[in-house]
Write a new protein. Structure first.
Length: 183
């Protein structure tokens, strides 16, 4: 199957989901992540500010804000700029209609200890399918830390089609389990 076909399939499934159920699943998923040693030890965590339909990060960010340094991505042209999360009040709506932190770019990539990466689909080997812009494929090689993909179980597939530039994650977590890339 090619990437475009898989994206379409997953988007169809996404439309059939109940928003309340997605919130419950997101909570279960982050309960798993919170038990991970790599997360507990981390001081600076790269997260994302979820949009409807994605694994919901808002409650998790609220919970850990103040205890860990939280860095979020902001789309800037062809690249993701990273910015430090400074509370809900500091979030503003971008030209893309999504909430993003204001302020200076965060460039100390080597300070990031743990990264949580969204995706449209993942497989158990840590391969990721995004929305088709390759943003994370360009950013993730700059991070020297443990990187975990997050999605709902219905987005976990047997095999994600990949190309040489696709970045492979250390593990994938859903509301039902965590799958480590043993390679
Ligand atoms: P996604 O990862 O969002 O699913 P793709 O993997 O299909 O999207 O990548 C989309 C496009 O991004 C690719 O066609 C490629 O041209 C570009 N791209 C991906 N990785 C890189 C990279 N490391 N450097 C430059 N361009 C890249
Ligand atoms: Mg890719």
């Amino acid at each position: 199957m090619d990437k475009a076909t898989l994206r379409k399939q997953i988007r169809t499934l996404q439309k059939q989901q109940d928003a309340e159920l997605l919130k419950t699943w997101s909570q279960s998923l982050f309960e798993r992540i919170e038990q991970q040693e790599e997360f507990l030890k981390a001081q600076t965590v790269f997260l994302y500010y979820s949009m409807p339909g994605e694994v919901d990060t808002h409650a998790f960010i609220d919970k850990w804000y103040g205890k860990k340094n939280i860095v979020l991505p902001v789309v800037c042209g062809d690249y993701l700029e990273l910015r430090v999360y400074k509370g809900k009040e500091q979030m503003a709506i971008s030209s893309y209609g999504i909430l993003e932190p204001q302020g200076e770019p965060f460039t100390a990539y080597d300070q990031i200890d743990f990264a949580v990466i969204p995706g449209l689909a993942f497989d158990r080997e840590g391969n990721r399918l995004g929305r088709g812009k390759g943003y994370y494929d360009r950013t993730l090689p700059l991070l020297n830390c443990y990187k975990i993909g997050v999605c709902f179980q219905f987005q976990l597939v047997d095999s994600v089609p990949t190309e040489p530039f696709d970045f492979v994650l250390n593990a994938v977590c859903t509301e039902q389990g965590r799958y480590s890339n043993k390679a």
